[in-house]
Design a protein around this ligand. Sequence first.
Ligand code: AR6
Length: 180
Amino acid sequence: MTMLEIVRGDITRFPAEAIVNAANKYLEHGGGVAYAIARAAAGNVQEYIRISREAMKEQLGKDSIEHGEVVVTPALRLERFGIKYVIHTVGPYCGGVWNEDKKEKLRKAILGALKKADELGVRSIAFPAISAGIYGCPLEEVVKKFKETVEEFEREAKSVERVYLVLYSEGDYRRALEVP
Ligand code: AR6
């Protein structure tokens, strides 16, 4: 029995208590799902970048995050979908390369967000396919790592009951379902 469910949808309106952003280390939200979340949450991407960087300073006391570190920002306009928090995490940059180093960085990025969700006391959390877009990691490998990492987390989960991996395109969703 796994808590992970693979679904198709738009994470900016997915009704989980926490959604995860596939961010970069400076929380710039310049493209991809990061841009979409920033625009949907604040109505203005620059404003959400400002909020994110301020949160990073407050929560971590620095100007960039490493794999495994996360920053939490309020959901603002996304609250109407039941979303309370946005958890920013940074996956590996692959550019088509997949190796042990990328795997471990992705594991850390996923686990960091899951642990933070537990700390926040939320019951549900939704992830995009971290690193499978602009960062160029192979989608099937990313899905596989999600399955392994959620399984690892399940043993220690306190409040989190459901974890969703939200695929944006129909094609990606079908490919993700095929992953053993
Ligand atoms: N809902 C769910 N998934 C989405 C959505 C959406 N609304 N929009 C895109 N995706 P990416 P990365 C999928 O490139 O590879 C940004 O500039 C998309 O189809 O957003 O981790 C950051 O600031 C893909 O499968 O993230 C970083 O600089 C997945 O989300 C960099 O991109 C991740 O694609 C991070 O690159």
